[in-house]
Design a binder for this molecule. Structure first.
Ligand code: ZN
Length: 150
């Protein structure tokens, strides 16, 4: 069944845009299959939900970027503090990596897959096609040079 991931309606026979299958969707499918709860629906976003979905996707991308920058900063600061403390123990290094990884993974809770939009329609040429040259009549043809007699 073709299903809109936003309104969960059946979109068969309606205009809808397919979801890009990425690693996260692949992983979710694998987990669901192994649990035996996979519905094997084809995922789409219907036309009505497209704008809403695009906005969600954009904010998800932003939070992914923000999460990885923030998570990286936290790891760097924590590791720096551990090194500065002069007594680095493996446990505090591991826990700072875990905290950083958790901050990086937080945006995944609002995961929004990308949509495969149809390529934009090619713009119609603004100028009309080249006008076929009018076959030159005898008047248009350059008069053959008459050689002057010396
Ligand atoms: Zn929908």
């Amino acid at each position: 069944m073709k299903v809109c991931i936003s309104c969960e309606a059946d979109v068969s026979g309606r205009k809808a845009y397919p979801i890009k299958e990425d690693r996260i969707i692949g992983a979710v499918r694998t987990i669901k299959k192994s649990l035996g709860i996979a519905k094997m629906n084809e995922l789409y976003v219907c036309e009505n939900c497209l704008d809403k979905h695009k906005a969600r996707r954009q904010s998800f991308e932003k939070s992914m970027l923000f999460g990885s920058v923030l998570g990286g900063l936290i790891v760097i600061v924590l590791l720096g503090l551990i090194v500065l403390s002069g007594k680095p123990d493996p446990w505090s290094i591991v826990s700072s990596l875990v905290i950083g990884g958790f901050v990086m993974a937080l945006p995944l809770f609002r995961y929004t897959p990308a949509v495969q939009l149809p390529p934009p329609e090619p713009m119609p040429p603004s100028e009309p096609g080249p006008i076929s040259p009018i076959p030159g009549g005898p008047g248009i043809k350059a008069a053959p040079r008459v050689r002057r007699k010396r």
